[in-house]
Design a protein. Structure first.
Length: 155
């Protein structure tokens, strides 16, 4: 009796290992994909619209978000920032903007953006996609380009 049980167990383990291997592969593929939805991001952005515009050089209660990616915090010309925002000297990227809007008061203590935060990660991911599509000139060279061949190739 003992030995039959052992053999059965052995066979079961082998089957589990085979199917386990397949499952791991499937998970890897799923994890590599970053899914974001610009349309949903636009809806999240409504929370920001009371205070921010996307047009360059225009301000409301908050500074324009045009060109926000790559900008250093507190440097938009003509906007009266808090001391905290200017002294933070954070370069705005997907990661830093997301961390800031998750909990503005915690990320930059004493900054004056009166906004409670977007706590849902997926909403922030969608919002970043929307901002990327709407705060920079699609024809502009990449910010880290050398600018050597900015002129159009043909005229
Ligand atoms: C109630 C008004 C208000 C709302 C709503 C608001 N903001 Fe702000 N935001 C501000 C103000 C004011 C500042 C400047 C803060 C300071 O100087 O301390 C600011 C600053 C910022 C900055 C830094 C800008 C820079 O030039 O350094 C970013 C990025 C930003 N907000 C993004 C957002 C996003 C994204 C949302 C929506 C999820 C949002 N804000 C919602 C008022 C607001």
């Amino acid at each position: 009796m003992q030995s039959i049980h052992m053999r059965l167990l052995g066979a079961l383990t082998a089957i589990m290992l085979i199917s386990g291997g397949t499952a791991v592969q499937a998970d890897d593929t799923a994890e590599a994909e970053v899914v974001c939805d610009v349309k949903k991001g636009e809806r999240v952005f409504r929370k920001c619209m009371t205070c921010h515009v996307l047009e360059p050089g225009k301000k409301k209660t908050g500074p324009s978000l045009w060109g926000i990616f790559g900008r250093v915090s507190g440097t938009e010309e003509g906007f009266n920032y808090s001391k905290a925002m200017k002294e933070a000297e954070i370069t705005w990227t997907e990661e830093t903007i997301s961390a800031y809007i998750e909990n503005p008061r915690k990320y930059i203590p004493r900054n004056k953006m009166a906004f409670p935060g977007v706590r849902k990660e997926q909403e922030r991911v969608d919002l970043m996609c929307f901002l990327k599509e709407n705060t920079m000139d699609p024809d502009a060279p990449a910010p880290d380009g050398d600018g050597a061949d900015d002129a159009p190739a043909e005229g």
